[in-house]
Design a protein. Structure first.
Length: 170
């Protein structure tokens, strides 16, 4: 059985619309943006990524829970000046903060790096760099992270449907 991304997105947007006001023109604009580079799709579909990780690599969810950024990806890092004018660098998007299995942020960040055209190519070489990371060679419970990253990259690259023209949602 295949996973119906369009129906899942429509259900998510209906749920979201029951909790906050949604602007139809903004949803259409978001769907158009999601039809662009696959890293944009990954960035805009955290709800879908979580569901697919739970379906395809459920063993990661058994890891100890820690505070998570949630929607972590390479574009969530940047610089800003604090109230004293000091330049700071770090995570700059914290609207999905939560608690969860510690590999989730690492997996999502690694997936976004592998998908980002300016940072890494989508070649086997990029996947090998992820596989040879310290986390993948460790004997700890993080040992499953590299194979999960490969599956996550495949998920992001293959589950993006041409649904943006259909504009699901309320």
């Amino acid at each position: 059985m295949t996973f119906d991304v369009v129906a899942f997105t429509a259900a998510y947007e209906a749920w979201l619309g029951a909790h906050i006001p949604l602007v139809p023109d903004d949803l259409r604009a978001k769907h158009e943006e999601l039809a662009g580079p696959v890293v944009r799709f990954l960035r805009g579909t955290y709800y879908l990524w979580l569901r697919r990780v739970a379906d395809l690599v459920p063993e990661l969810l058994a890891a100890p829970a820690v505070p998570l950024v949630g929607d972590l990806h390479i574009e969530n890092f940047g610089t800003w000046r604090d109230r004293h004018g000091v330049r700071r660098w770090g995570v700059n998007d914290l609207d999905e903060l939560t608690r969860g299995a510690y590999p989730l942020d690492l997996l999502r960040l690694a997936t976004s790096a592998a998908l980002a055209p300016d940072a890494y190519s989508q070649t086997a070489g990029a996947r090998r760099r992820i596989s040879s990371s310290p986390q993948s060679s460790s004997r700890s419970s993080a040992n499953g992270l590299a194979p999960a990253a490969h599956r996550s990259i495949a998920i992001a690259a293959s589950t993006r449907p041409p649904f943006m023209s259909a504009t699901p949602g309320p």
